[in-house]
Design a protein around this ligand. Structure first.
Ligand code: SF4
Length: 94
C-alpha cells in the first residue's frame, strides 16, 4: 500500500500566526534560563491565543507527541499532562 500525502491535513498551517516568524520565539535554545524561558513562552502563548488555528495546532502536537516548543498555546510540560481528548474539551488557553 502506498501512502499519499494529504495536503488538507496540513492546510491549517497556511493561516497560522507563527507562519514566517522566527522559530526562536516558540523553541528554546541551549542554556536558556528559567526567566528567559518563561518570558519567551509567554510571548509565544500570546501569539497562539490570537491564532485562528490554535485548536488544530494543539491537536496535532498532542497526536504526534511533539516534545519541544510551544504548540497550540501549550508548553511541552503542559502537553505532557494531557491527552488529545482532555486538551480539547473545553478549549482553553493555559
Ligand atoms: S497556535 Fe501558536 S504555534 Fe500553533 S500555529 Fe498558531 S501561532 Fe503557531
Amino acid at each position: 500500500m502506498r501512502l499519499e500525502p494529504r495536503a488538507e491535513a496540513w492546510q491549517w498551517q497556511t493561516v497560522a500566526h507563527c507562519r514566517g516568524l522566527e522559530s526562536a520565539v516558540f523553541f528554546g535554545s541551549e542554556g536558556e534560563d528559567r526567566q528567559r524561558r518563561r518570558a519567551r513562552e509567554a510571548r509565544a502563548k500570546a501569539l497562539c491565543a490570537q491564532c485562528p488555528v490554535i485548536r488544530q495546532c494543539r491537536e496535532h502536537a498532542l497526536n504526534v507527541g511533539e516534545r519541544f516548543g510551544i504548540w497550540g498555546g501549550m508548553s511541552p510540560r503542559e502537553r505532557s499532562k494531557l491527552t488529545p481528548r482532555t486538551a480539547l474539551q473545553p478549549m482553553t488557553t493555559p
